[in-house]
Design a protein around this ligand. Structure first.
Ligand code: SF4
Ligand SMILES: [Zn+2]
Length: 325
């Protein structure tokens, strides 16, 4: 681990390095997609994700770029249900829905509780609904929402990393105890949880990135998380780009994502997915990127190790990182 991590990384520094936000409309989601996902019961089914336009998350994590599509002020009452209605008119009929709001679903300044009724009625035809939240905002509000909706609720929580020195540097303002308490509260109340785990946060080498992603998966499943998603850390939010210049961060390589996903599958403790957005950012090899992307998709969907890919791009760096697995 680099010694430069002592540098003060705080909210002010993180925000001061940002670029401009994108123009967004508070009455429309900024994106929506349908992807295949393996369900708890083992089916492969279409899952819609609506990326709601919302006010900025108050936590300002070092690696986060979700602020780019947020508003400076809270969105008006009714805007979130309007956005869901707008997207559902355009989406095909699917059984599963993710409502991601670039922050915390249970933050009242993001999604007012007065909007829950209309949201509940709009999503009544789905079998499952997944929302995201910071672990510190998991409380009775989740139960009130759960009781109002027909679909089964799952809450996605950012665990990020269990590395004891890196987690505080990320400005997540959360301890592992906070995360554990949130998962226990949800589990006790019949709500399953999904953990977002970072592959190679700043200040870690490739092999350390792999090692700590695996330990984070171990922790998540041990405390009762149902599903983990591995997110390779990217640049592009200003702060991370500056860390690249200083030599404190480089994006992970796609092979590391394959290694960590294989590990999680081998554990067989719950569903595990690799985030497959923008995978070209994690490879400079035109020869194997498509094959590796398809391998990751295959492993996501089948939860089984797929045939290994060898390519001329398998660097010495990767071989070294593989040796400590
Ligand atoms: S809590 Fe989540 S949404 Fe909020 S800044 Fe951190 S990573 Fe981004
Ligand atoms: Zn290659």
């Amino acid at each position: 681990m680099s010694k430069n991590h002592q540098e003060i990384i705080n909210k002010k520094w993180i925000i001061s390095n940002r670029g401009k936000k994108n123009h967004v409309d508070p009455q429309k989601p900024y994106a929506w997609i349908v992807e295949k996902e393996r369900t708890v019961s083992g089916e492969i089914e279409d899952t819609a994700s609506i990326f709601l336009t919302n006010s900025e998350c108050p936590f300002h994590c070092l690696m986060c770029d979700l602020w780019k599509n947020t508003t400076d002020d809270p969105v008006p009452l009714g805007a979130i249900p309007n956005q869901i209605e707008w997207a559902l008119k355009r989406l095909p009929d699917v059984k599963h829905l993710k409502l991601y709001n670039s922050g915390n679903f249970f933050d009242n300044s993001a999604i007012p509780e007065e909007d829950y009724d209309r949201i509940a009625s709009l999503i009544s035809n789905f079998e499952t609904v997944i929302v995201e939240s910071h672990p510190k905002l998991i409380n009775e509000k989740c139960l009130r929402f759960r009781d109002m909706i027909k679909p089964e609720l799952q809450v996605a929580l950012g665990l990020e990393t269990v590395h004891p020195e890196i987690l505080p540097i990320l400005n997540k303002q959360m301890t592992l105890e906070d995360f554990k308490n949130a998962v226990s509260f949800l589990t006790k109340n019949g709500i399953s949880s999904r953990a977002f785990i970072l592959l190679k946060p700043p200040f870690l080498s490739e092999s350390e990135g792999i090692y700590w992603a695996k330990r984070s998966i171990d922790f998540a499943f041990e405390i009762g998380v149902e599903c983990c998603t591995i997110i390779p850390v990217r640049a592009g939010n200003g702060a991370m780009d500056l860390l690249i210049k200083k030599g404190d961060f480089s994006v992970p390589i796609i092979q590391s994502l394959e290694v960590v996903l294989e590990y999680g599958i081998r554990l067989n403790k719950g569903r595990i997915f690799a985030d497959i957005w923008d995978l070209a950012l994690f490879s400079s090899c035109d020869t194997c990127i498509e094959e590796r992307t398809n391998r990751l998709i295959n492993m996501n969907l089948n939860q089984k190790k797929a045939p290994f890919i060898t390519c001329i791009c398998d660097s010495t760096k990767y071989k070294n990182s593989n040796s400590i697995l």
